[in-house]
Design a protein around this ligand. Structure first.
Ligand SMILES: *Cc1c(COP(=O)(O)O)cnc(C)c1O
Length: 508
């Protein structure tokens, strides 16, 4: 290994040298006081924290180098199905960074946080309108957390009517968080099959929708990127046995301003603000998974709720930005609430960005987002077919797709002896983030592609050409894809092993 390559491998702790500093404060002119007066000994560390001691240029280089080893949306195309990796407008970062937003303390008295509460209230109103369900809680921190809220709301709703139900239905195409949430919520998961067209199998649903079912969790469009044609019958079947219909909103990017989950018959909806409403995401957050609910679920929403009250309390300015007299507040008086789901009010910076997104696009702009997302996906699918890729990578269900589509790599594996995983890894050598692979589980060697609305036709064409080129290369020499990637800082990792047995090197 060359000296530079070895240096490249050092952790920030290995760079540490005793006494080295990035910043030296001027001598203090505040008189010293004994430490015991300021902080009792029992609350203090026995030894100093083990922090790396490095110069500022070393810190900058270290983290800059690490950032360049990563793949991100600002570097290249990122068609990761289900995750909606759309561009993050820089305008949002500017408004989120305004002092009044970024430096507001989460424990601030509501009377002195009227602007922030108003923003949250207006975001609730906008999300309610988009979902077609009027009551919104911003508390859940992710889509999966919204799912948990939905299952707890369902339980509270049934228990309030004196009913104890034990099962929750989910299609066999469901995202893994759905059955995981159901299990966490204390219910048994029952899977419903998919029919030959990729819809929920209505016969199977009828057979499984019994009086002990609490809820059906559904994504529409489904994880196959297909609009659920029987949605009205599904709603009738589910409501016919007194269960709730839950909407997993991860695929909302396909339908904004075109149709609304509330109008389809859903009772509870979660949003993934970090997917549909443009937030920097990946690497674990922060995100937000607000829920919108129908009237009969409203009494159970988490506590506190952000509300608008008539009239002004003594010491606030007293009018909202529309000039109406009123003020914003946190309502804790919710006796049937499922309670608090997290500390404070939620990931506020995410709310600011989502609100900026909604207001800068407006209603017509949001519809345009969804129409363009669907058009881009259908264009890319047609393009892949036109250049002859479909033979080796056929679409799993041959229908007009929504904002994403799922291909099967089974013929490619049979004819070219490379797997979907190999194709995905080889894409990295071409500067493209791989699509989602091996999900949904009902498609053999699945490749789930979501281009999003912000990509140009040229980018989509280049992606299609790249896929075709990798298939041509594999016909000549499959070993190249099987051993890919060849140009990235690391090659094939044991991803499950890395998550279960992390080895974190520390030199101290
Ligand atoms: C992303 C996703 C989820 C979970 O959302 P998180 O915000 O990642 O917790 C649930 N369902 C589907 C279909 C998804 O794509």
């Amino acid at each position: 290994m060359s000296a530079t390559a070895a240096d490249d491998q050092l952790t920030i702790f290995e760079r540490s040298r005793a006494g080295r500093r990035a910043f030296v404060a001027p001598a203090s002119d505040v008189p010293e006081r004994p430490l015991d007066e300021l902080l009792p000994a029992r609350l203090r560390r026995a030894a100093p924290a083990r922090l790396p001691e490095v110069s500022e240029p070393e810190i900058v280089r270290h983290y800059n180098r690490l950032s360049r080893r990563n793949f991100d949306l600002d570097t290249g195309f990122y068609p990761l199905g289900s995750c909606t990796m759309k561009h993050n407008p820089r305008l949002h970062e500017r408004v989120a960074a305004l002092d009044g937003n970024a430096r507001l303390h989460p424990l601030q008295d509501p009377r002195r946080a009227q602007g922030a509460l108003e923003l949250m209230w207006r975001l609730q109103e906008a999300l309610g309108e988009i979902a077609g369900l009027p009551h919104v809680s911003l508390q859940p921190s992710a889509g999966s957390h919204g799912e948990l809220a939905g299952v707890l709301l369902t339980r509270a709703y049934h228990e309030d009517r004196g009913e104890r139900r034990t099962k929750v239905l989910a299609p066999d195409t469901a995202h893994g968080t759905n059955p995981a949430t159901v299990t966490m919520g204390g219910y048994e998961v029952v899977h419903v099959g998919t029919d030959a067209d990729g819809n929920v199998d209505l016969e199977d649903l009828r057979a499984k929708a019994t009086e002990d079912v609490a809820c059906l969790m559904l994504t529409n469009p489904s994880t196959l990127g297909l609009f659920e044609r029987g949605i009205q019958q599904i709603a009738e079947i589910v409501h016919g046995v007194g269960a709730t219909l839950y909407y997993d909103g991860a695929n909302l990017n396909a339908i904004m301003g075109i149709c609304r989950p509330g109008d389809m018959g859903f009772d509870i909806v979660h949003f993934n603000l970090h997917k549909t409403f443009a937030q920097p995401h990946g690497g674990g957050g922060p995100g937000a998974g607000p829920v919108a609910v129908a009237d009969h679920i409203e009494p159970f929403l988490p506590r506190p709720q952000v509300v608008r009250r008539e009239g002004a309390p003594d010491d606030t300015i007293g009018t909202g930005s529309d000039g109406r007299l009123g003020h914003f507040d946190l309502d804790y008086d919710r006796p049937r609430s499922i309670g608090r789901l997290r500390g404070f009010q939620g990931n506020y910076g995410v709310f600011v960005r989502a609100y900026a997104y909604i207001r800068s696009l407006g209603a017509a702009g949001l519809r345009d987002v969804s129409e363009t997302a669907v058009l881009n996906a259908n264009y890319l699918l047609a393009r892949l077919r036109a250049i002859g890729v479909a033979e080796r990578l056929p679409v799993a269900y041959d229908r007009v797709c929504m904002h994403e589509f799922v291909l099967s790599g089974a013929p490619m594996k049979r004819d070219l002896e490379i797997r979907t995983l190999d194709l995905a890894k080889r894409l990295l050598d071409h500067g493209v983030h791989p699509p989602t692979v091996y999900f949904p589980l009902v498609v053999d060697e699945a490749l789930m592609i979501e281009p999003t609305e912000t990509e140009t036709r040229e980018t989509l064409d280049r992606f299609a050409d790249t896929i075709a080129e990798i298939l041509r290369e594999a016909a000549q020499d499959p070993e190249i894809a099987r051993t890919a990637p060849h140009t990235t800082p690391v090659r094939r990792l044991d991803e499950a092993g890395a998550a279960r047995h992390p080895v974190i090197r520390q030199a101290l």
